[in-house]
Each structure stands twice: as structure tokens, then as C-alpha cells.
Design a protein around this ligand. Structure first.
Ligand code: SAM
Ligand code: SF4
Length: 372
């Protein structure tokens, strides 16, 4: 499928977790209907610049499971009616365990959602408390059971490692439990201490200790080993899939394909320029009301930047890497040096990171950077 992916950002949560730096707001009442109207207004402006049908649809957040399913359904119908949605397109919604009851699962399936990505994060209550999550392990396990029984085409679980108090040994135990859950797809992120968060303040004060970079890399390598042995392909830095369950929508980012980003704070890319929308819903709405695109930033990429970014995102695909094609001469010398050092594997004009290169990905990228 070669059409664009459609991403809709849902910028509301019940509260802000201490580690989270995403674009979101925490109103007492989420204005779901009005927000759907805004997204549909933006779709009317941006849709004509993209040729459909869309290959995938993804609602992320924030907490999209707080959106009334009927409103999400209106937005999905809007995409069906404008760009169109390819047969068999992957339709994903992110959810927090608190909202995933049987009625919610039935309702999202009825509007055409065929994949759910659940934010589990950890399987120990003290870790969930440290992350200021509202759900507890028992709630996450109940939600996972519902997804497993729902007859979805696929489902995915999000976890974070490198948490305060987590050790390589306790992470190894957690991975064994994660394998037992039997999810077709897993997204597993190393904790990033984002500068503007409460977590960062606590780390600076010494009130919270998080594992250092070395320990985090060890945990990532443990995940790769344990999940690999359980039949998961480590197909992108933070993503693991059983056969046939790689995330189609996210792959469109790594493949450098255009995607239509809608909603407050959403990013989009049309093949030549990328943009980020206004993050505050008020500003986003004002721009739409004035008949303009609700953008905070737009960047038209020059050939050199576009080429290097395509390479960077492509190298995140650990097993297939990136086909340099016509860009080959730009990188040939640096690729030869990195390959000789055992950090890149070269197959014709396709390159990928070796195991050794994966451990030092940042320095490989610096070595490949034009003028680097
Ligand atoms: C923006 S969240 C949206 C999903 C949902 N609201 C949730 O939190 O479960 C997407 C994923 O990013 C990950 N994430 C968010 N902040 C992170 C951070 N500071 N470091 C590592 N992973 C993070 C979490 O695993 C989360 O599930
Ligand atoms: S629920 Fe998810 S998006 Fe919302 S604040 Fe927490 S981590 Fe961020």
C-alpha cells in the first residue's frame, strides 16, 4: 500500500504524568465533539493536497480513549469520505487501560478500528505509582485480556524501561512476564528525562534516581535478547513484532513516506515540507476559524537535509535498513569507513546497522552526516 498515513493527535489527558512532555491539556471536561469538528475542518483544508486512499489511520495522544467513540468515528468517516481508506488499511487507536472495558472495545471495533495500542508502561504497582500513572497492574492485565479476546487484526503494548529503582535483573524478570502476555506487537521505550518535566526537576534535586545511559543500553540489549528468543523481530529501535504484525502506520515514518498529520500539536509531512500544528487547542481553533492552516512551524527541506533525514530514520529499521539509491555517492566514503569498522552492513546500495553499530548509533550518524 503506497497511500499516505493519516495521523490524528488527541491532545487531552485526565492528568499529566510527571515524565511526559507531549502536547496535551488536562481540562475537567474533554470537549470531544468540538475537537472532532476542528479536526474535520483541518481535514477539509489539507486533504486535497494528498492523494488517497490512505494506507493507515492512527489516533495518538494524549489519551484518545477519552474521546467519545462516536466522535472518533465521525473523524474516521471524514477520512473515508475525502481521501478514502484503502481496503485492509491498519486503523489504530491508542488507549489507556482505565478506559478499555468490553463496551469500549466493541464500540471501536464497530467503527472500523482493527488495532489498539495500550499504554501499560510497567507491571509493578510501585513503578506505576512512581510514574504517576492512574492505572494499576491488575487493571492493565484486565485490559490486555480484553484486547486478546477481541478479534482485532493486531494489538500492541507500550512499556518503558530505565525507570527509577529498576535494575537490569528486575527488568529481565519483567521481560519474562511481558513475553507471557502474548502481545503481537510491543513498543518498548527507554525513559527519557525530558527537561521541562517534574521528573527532571526531581532528578536534578537528587530526589529520584534513574539508571544511567550504560544501564539503559544494557536493558535495551536484554529486551532484544529475551524478546528475540521468544519470536519477536526487533524491527525498529523501540519496536518488536511477531511475524505479520509490524506496525504499518509507523513504518510510513521510517520509510520517509508522506503522512497527513491532523489535530493540535500534530506533525505532518507532504514529501517536500514538514509542519507542526499549534499545540494549544485555542490557537489551533483560532487559526482554523480564520480559514488558515493551524501551523506553528513549517520547514521546506533542502535536498541535503531531506537526504540525511531519510537515512537517519531509515537506519532505525534495524533489519532492513535504508536503500540509499541515488543518494549513494553522497555517503559512499563514510559508509565504506563505517563498514570497515564493522558498524554498518552494506548490500549493494542498501545499508543497515550491525549489532556493533546499533550500540553506537549516534556516532555512526555523526560519521555519516554531510561534512561530519
Ligand atoms: C504520548 S504516549 C500516549 C499513550 C498514552 N497516553 C499513554 O501514556 O499510555 C505514547 C507512549 O510514549 C511513551 N512515553 C511517553 N513519555 C515518555 C518518556 N518521557 N520516556 C519514554 N517513553 C515515553 C509511553 O510508553 C507512552 O505509552
Ligand atoms: S497518559 Fe500518556 S500522554 Fe497523557 S500525560 Fe500520561 S504519558 Fe502523557
Amino acid at each position: 500500500m503506497s497511500g499516505p498515513g493519516v495521523y490524528v493527535h488527541f491532545p487531552y489527558c485526565t492528568h499529566r504524568c510527571t515524565y511526559c512532555d507531549f502536547t496535551l491539556q488536562t481540562p475537567r471536561r474533554v470537549p470531544g465533539r468540538r475537537y472532532a469538528d476542528l479536526v474535520l475542518a483541518e481535514l477539509a483544508l489539507r486533504g486535497p493536497a494528498f492523494s488517497g486512499p490512505a494506507a493507515s489511520f492512527y489516533v495518538g495522544g494524549g489519551t484518545p480513549s477519552l474521546w467519545e467513540v462516536a466522535e472518533l468515528g465521525r473523524v474516521l468517516d471524514g477520512v473515508r469520505g475525502s481521501l478514502g481508506l484503502a481496503d485492509g488499511a491498519e486503523v489504530t487507536v491508542e488507549a489507556n487501560p482505565d478506559q478499555v472495558d468490553d463496551a469500549w472495545v466493541d464500540a471501536v471495533r464497530a467503527i472500523g478500528v482493527n488495532r489498539v495500542s495500550l499504554g501499560v508502561q510497567a507491571l509493578h504497582d510501585p513503578l506505576l505509582e512512581a510514574l504517576t500513572r492512574r492505572h494499576r497492574t491488575s487493571g492493565a492485565l484486565a485490559a490486555i485480556g480484553r484486547l486478546a479476546r477481541a478479534g482485532l487484526a493486531s494489538w500492541s503494548l507500550d512499556f518503558i524501561f530505565g525507570l527509577p529503582g529498576q535494575t537490569p535483573a528486575s527488568w529481565r524478570e519483567d521481560l519474562a512476564r511481558i513475553v507471557d502476555l502474548g502481545a503481537p506487537h510491543l513498543s518498548i521505550y527507554g525513559l527519557t528525562v525530558e527537561p521541562r518535566t517534574l521528573l527532571a526537576r526531581d532528578v536534578r534535586r537528587g530526589a529520584v534516581h534513574v539508571p544511567g545511559d550504560e544501564a539503559q543500553l544494557d536493558m535495551l540489549l536484554t529486551a532484544r535478547e529475551v524478546l528475540g528468543a521468544a519470536g519477536y523481530a526487533h524491527y525498529e529501535i523501540s519496536n518488536y513484532a511477531q511475524p505479520g504484525h509490524r506496525a504499518a502506520h509507523n513504518s510510513s515514518y521510517w520509510d520517509w513516506r508522506p503522512y497527513l498529520g491532523l489535530g493540535a500539536g500534530a506533525h505532518g509531512f507532504d514529501g517536500a515540507a514538514r509542519w507542526q500544528n499549534q499545540g494549544r487547542v485555542k490557537r489551533y481553533a483560532e487559526a482554523l476559524a480564520a480559514g488558515g492552516l493551524p501551523e506553528a512551524e513549517r520547514e521546506v527541506l533542502d535536498a541535503e537535509t531531506a537526504s540525511f533525514e531519510r537515512l537517519m530514520t531509515g537506519l532505525r529499521r534495524l533489519d532492513v535498513g535504508v536503500e540509499l539509491g541515488a543518494d549513494w555517492p553522497r555517503y559512499a566514503d563514510a559508509v565504506a569507513r563505517e563498514a570497515a569498522a564493522g558498524r554498518l552492513v552494506v548490500d549493494g546500495t542498501r545499508i543497515r546497522l550491525s549489532d556493533a553499530g546499533f550500540r553506537v548509533m549516534d556516532s555512526v550518524l555523526v560519521a555519516l552526516m554531510p561534512g561530519g
